[in-house]
Ligand binder design. Structure first.
Ligand SMILES: [Zn+2]
Length: 230
């Protein structure tokens, strides 16, 4: 970057300060979306390094999952909660893209390469009011690293389910199991699909989507999420 460009960028930052989406402090020159300190201090799970981690165990006895990747630990009040809030409700899709790239790098390091990515769909009404699907931004970051396509027409959400937060795991699955619809436009038999969502709590949403795909002949299912709530 030339000196003039640098001065111009600094001036822009002075006039329209951009803040870190995790800690809220002003970003320095060269920093984008999340400050260097937060990127360094974020609670990464390193789940991609082994198979029997808690997020993978969540699906044991429920659906057959090849690999579960969850990038960060989510705790109430931590920076990850703030990041997800910014991504979901404040239009900060850059957060999803940036951290999605990290997920993609971890998947490559673990020696996996799915054939295609499906972001967990929002109900069309919800997507219209939000203006975007936060899971798609994460999927775009992963796709950028893995160089694989994203499919958004294969799976759709036909029921706008009520908020999931106060339900038990069983009730959540009962509530969501018929919420999705599969539009089988291609043979799933030899495919490895990566399902992507912003947060993994009980796994009910992944279970509902994954079951639908596996029941319709999908060969291999993997799951990736930005955060895992313990
Ligand atoms: Zn920060």
């Amino acid at each position: 970057m030339s000196l003039i460009q640098q001065i111009f960028t600094d001036l822009l930052q002075l006039l329209f300060p951009r803040n870190c989406n995790a800690c809220g402090t002003a970003l320095f020159y060269g920093e984008k979306t999340i400050c260097i300190k937060c990127l360094h201090d974020l609670p990464f799970t390193d789940f991609h390094l082994y198979n029997d981690h808690p997020a993978a165990k969540l699906f044991w006895g429920r659906i057959r999952v090849h690999q579960v990747t969850a990038l960060l630990y989510f705790k109430k009040g931590n920076r990850v909660q703030q990041l997800i809030h910014q991504l979901k409700y404040k239009g900060q899709t850059d957060v999803g893209f940036l951290l999605g790239k990290r997920i993609g790098e971890n998947i490559i390091r673990s020696g996996q390469k799915p054939d295609l990515i499906i972001p967990i769909p929002l109900h069309p009404k919800k997507e219209r009011s939000r203006g975007y699907n936060q899971s798609q931004s994460i999927a775009e970051g992963i796709a950028c690293i893995l160089q694989i396509p994203i499919h958004t027409k294969l799976l759709t959400r036909k029921i706008n389910t009520a908020t999931q937060t106060k339900k038990s795991r069983f009730n959540r699955f009962e509530n969501i199991k018929d919420a999705f619809e599969l539009h089988k436009t291609q043979d799933l038999q030899h495919k490895h699909i990566l399902l992507v969502d912003d947060i993994l709590t009980t796994g009910a949403t992944f279970e509902a989507c994954g079951k639908l795909l596996l029941d319709n002949g999908l060969n291999k299912l993997s799951i990736a999420t930005l955060a895992y709530a313990e």
